[in-house]
Ligand binder design. Structure first.
Ligand code: ADP
Ligand code: MG
Length: 356
């Protein structure tokens, strides 16, 4: 059985086309390109063609700049420099790398290590970075990789970053796209943009209202059917949304499909979750939290997210009939698609004895 890495469409779908079909005013213009290993879209409502060409080019160049800093595959990036530096050595890094690491370490600490930016050796061992693997890794290899994982080995201060983790390395794949969205979002705001959306592979952040009076309408994809949405949420005031799914990228080892999100506490790819969508004040936080909550699951995840102001989550378990759970704030804002009978369990977010 060969190992395959599959790339699929982004998990969240903007319903702009639907709104346009309903005859709503202020056309949204779109600019598409590829970066950070996925599809990027810049959308602007009511802008003229020359203006959108200018701002979308600014968004594209900002995303390219961030990719150059954070990519695992670019030897000149801050991440690659840290990964190849002698362990424990302090390196000066860009403000981008510092900022994204700060969010990553905070989410790591507050999720009890469900999110961990040092997960790279486990990604390697499970064949996500090494296409030669065909079988589940033996316990000895897993144990060895786990010894090199632990966010406490990343140190950050005003002067730089050090990675003090024997044979460890960084992988910011769970947070970098969200940071790229924020960087482009802020650049367009500084250029005077007021009504636009930046989307990198389903990590989105919106300013203004799009075509609707209430805000930009974003669809949450049905993890079991790429052409379907479960429902919609309206985003306003610079809010962001991110989705982590088990259908996005995976490997097949000995006939078993493993999704690309790993539980650093067990060393194994997460089973049991199909998708997690997070609303947050920034795309970087939404991205990190969607990965963290995919690992933690609804019960623990609902409590983790309660400690982050302005953040809400929706969980879909990997089982049919579909089991959907949401924080009270997400449930209140979510509009299930017409014709879909969804039973949403609202999570109790009171910290329990097992919460962090
Ligand atoms: P996507 O990249 O498809 O948008 P995510 O944001 O959930 O999905 O990120 C998944 C990526 O995050 C993986 O490809 C890997 O690079 C990294 N990753 C996997 N497991 C973890 C984890 N537990 N903590 C932090 N990053 C992780
Ligand atoms: Mg993520």
């Amino acid at each position: 059985m060969s190992v395959r890495a599959h790339w699929r469409l982004p998990p969240a779908v903007l319903l702009a086309a639907l709104a346009a079909a309903c005859g709503l005013k202020a056309p949204v213009r779109e600019f598409h390109w590829k970066a950070m290993g996925t599809e990027c879209v810049f959308r602007a409502a009511g802008a003229d063609a020359a203006r959108i060409a200018e701002v979308s080019e600014a968004a594209r160049s900002e995303v390219a700049r961030v990719e150059g800093r954070l990519s695992l595959f670019d030897p000149a990036s801050d991440v690659s420099r840290l990964n190849s530096a002698p362990r424990g050595e302090w390196l000066e890094v860009s403000a981008d790398a510092e900022s994204v690491l700060k969010t990553a370490l905070e989410v790591a600490a507050r999720s009890g290590g469900a999110f961990d930016p040092t997960v790279a050796p486990l990604m390697q061992v499970w064949g996500f970075r090494n296409p030669g693997r065909t079988n589940e890794p033996p316990a000895s290899e897993l144990a060895e990789a786990m010894c090199s994982v632990g966010y406490a080995g990343v140190r950050l201060d005003g002067a730089g970053v050090s990675l003090d983790l024997d044979r460890g390395s960084l992988d910011l794949g769970g947070v970098a796209k969200g940071y790229g969205v924020d960087a482009a979002f802020e650049r367009i705001a500084a250029m005077g943009g007021t009504d636009y959306m930046v989307d990198i592979g389903g990590n989105m952040r919106c300013a203004g209202r799009g075509m609707r009076p209430g805000g930009w309408v974003v669809g949450v994809r049905n993890p079991f059917d790429r052409d379907d949405v479960l429902g919609t949420v309206v985003l306003t005031g610079g809010e962001a949304v991110a989705t982590s799914g088990n259908y996005e990228r995976f490997v097949v080892l000995s006939g078993v499909r493993y999704a690309h999100i790993i539980d650093p506490r067990t060393g194994r790819p997460v089973r049991g979750m199909a998708g997690v969508t997070v609303l947050a004040p920034s795309a970087c936080l939404a991205d990190a939290l969607s990965t963290a909550l995919f690992v933690a699951g609804p019960e623990e995840g609902g409590k983790i997210i309660a400690s982050f102001g302005g953040c809400e989550a929706l969980f879909v378990r990997d089982e049919l009939p579909m089991a959907v759970l949401a924080t009270p704030g997400f449930a209140a804002r979510f509009r299930p698609r017409g014709g879909l009978r969804l039973n949403i369990t609202v999570l109790d977010q009171q910290p329990g004895p097992t919460a962090n």
